[in-house]
Design a protein around this ligand. Structure first.
Ligand code: 5AD
Ligand code: SF4
Length: 473
């Protein structure tokens, strides 16, 4: 059994380029089939997807090809999510299942990274329960991936690394990226979160808010448009507070206006917005933009003021509804989506009904709904939580049933309209083309697969729940 490092270690190492070169050399000899193969599995949100694209960028530089098959992989990496217990349990289960893969292919290097690895408890569990995991690293050290992989391949011990809590985590620019698609792209504009919503682990595992310089974002954005990407999503835990900590502060609205000036055939989305920081200026910017999608993902979490306060969300139900009515006034075809937590500690059925009432008033296009999951280290995890899980499950069903009715009604109302659809793929079963409207609604229609990756105008002719059918104009 290889010896373990006593703690998460700091180390002196070769440059990133040198590490990439050395890993490429080692892997060309070590690969089982001649070509080094990597499997990267991503859990959780788009931020993780974007981080995985950077890691895959490094792996591609090292000569790796990619596979989904664990049996043929020389390197397996799970990029994990810590936001809910359910997601964590899936990771532990799936890492556990790799034991037999490692037994069959002892040369395969198994690694775990991402938000869970910034939590002491989860990282410790990987260390003690899964000795076949050879490399563990957190969200703050992705830029050191080449050096970490090199160490895991050359040192006769397991490698554990994550950012030091006292470090002011700098943004590493210029990392390679291997994007998953050719039509849609993620572009991170800021990292971390300062809000400390009482239920949320994110500020603990992703650190304080840091914004990228507008020039760096613009350069990446121009590159994406030049490469033909048509749907570019700006990412951050709370994009509305973008730019506040820069030396020359810039608002998110002005960043959007700057990007919107770039010539080309594309649309911009962004997520996630926080109602406390969402400005009317931003809504006006969406309304007047040339390429900015009329889609606003604005999580409200709860429709009850007492619960919002206990969640430390810093806005009221009334303020939220005010923002929504301003958005509807300025952008009449706005598509609204949201995140909701059901069963926050101490929430009563009456308080939950305020959430149902709010979704009726707003009429969202779609919702991401979650049952509250206690996260060790957060304030909410210390609160009494008397409502049984089964009861919370019934509330969630009630909420979803209401939303299904709303979505069906909204979809039916769009029959007869003409929508600009970005065509994403051909459905294997029906042969129909499928894409998304500006408001992020799926539309199926007959057409030439050569159109995939382009925008097309589609007349909506039918609605089945939340999927639209149409015909190409
Ligand atoms: N339990 C349940 N849902 C949560 N979310 C964040 N933390 C928790 C938690 N502890 C949800 C919120 C957030 C989304 C990304 O995940 O709704 O907006
Ligand atoms: Fe979590 Fe709140 Fe930050 Fe979103 S804004 S990442 S819910 S703490």
């Amino acid at each position: 059994m290889p010896e373990e490092t006593p703690a998460f270690s700091q180390f002196a190492s070769p440059s990133g380029e040198e590490a990439v070169r050395q890993v490429r050399e080692i892997m060309s000899l070590r690969a089982r089939t001649g070509t080094p193969m990597a499997l990267v599995r991503t859990y959780g949100c788009q931020q993780n997807v974007s981080d995985s694209e950077k890691i895959k960028g490094f792996l591609a530089q090292m000569g790796f090809s990619f596979t989904e098959n664990e049996e043929e992989a020389d390197f397996i990496l799970f990029n994990t999510c810590a936001v809910r217990e359910h997601a964590e349990n899936r990771v532990f289960g799936n890492v556990g299942a790799l034991k037999t893969v490692k037994r069959r292919h002892p040369s395969t290097l198994i690694a775990v990274c991402g938000c869970m690895m910034e939590e002491d408890k989860a990282a410790e569990r990987i260390r003690s329960v899964f000795p076949f995991v050879g490399l563990v690293f957190g969200t703050h050290v992705i830029h050191k991936f080449p050096q970490l992989l090199l160490r895991a391949l050359t040192e006769n011990r397991r490698v554990f690394e994550r950012g030091d809590d006292s470090e002011d985590h700098q943004i590493a620019e210029g990392l390679p990226v291997r994007r998953d698609g050719t039509v849609k792209a993620w572009l991170t504009v800021m990292y971390g979160c300062n809000n400390f919503c009482s239920y949320c682990i994110v500020p603990y595992v992703r650190g304080r808010e840091r914004s990228r310089e507008p020039d760096a974002i613009l350069k990446e954005f121009r590159g994406l448009v030049r490469d033909g990407y048509k749907d570019i999503t700006l990412l951050g835990q709370n994009v509305n507070s973008y730019g506040k900590t820069l030396q020359n502060p810039v608002s998110f609205a002005s960043l959007l206006r700057m990007l919107d000036e770039v010539e080309g055939d594309y649309r911009i989305r962004f997520m996630t917005s926080h109602p406390k920081d969402l400005t009317k200026e931003l809504i006006d910017t969406i309304a007047s933009g040339k390429h900015i999608s009329h889609h606003l993902h604005l999580p409200f979490q709860s429709g009850n003021d007492r619960i919002l306060k206990a969640m430390n969300r810093s806005y009221t139900r009334e303020r939220y509804l005010e923002l929504i009515s301003y958005a509807k006034e300025k952008i009449p075809d706005v598509s609204l989506t949201s995140d909701i937590i059901v069963g926050f500690p101490g929430e009563t059925y009456e308080e939950f009904r305020d959430t149902v009432d709010l979704i009726r008033r707003v009429e969202f296009t779609s919702l991401f709904t979650f049952i509250y999951s206690p996260r060790t280290g957060t304030k909410a995890a210390k609160l009494p939580d008397p409502v049984p899980a089964a009861e919370k499950g019934r509330w969630l069903q009630e909420l979803c049933a209401e939303q299904e009715k709303i979505a069906a009604r909204r979809c039916a109302a769009s029959v007869g309209t003409v929508q600009r659809v970005l065509i994403e793929q051909q459905k294997p079963k029906t042969g129909l083309l499928t894409g998304r409207t500006d408001g992020n609604i799926i539309v199926d229609f007959a057409g030439d697969p050569a159109l995939i990756g382009q925008f097309a105008n589609v007349r909506i002719t039918s609605a089945r729940n939340w999927i639209l059918g149409g015909e190409l104009i």
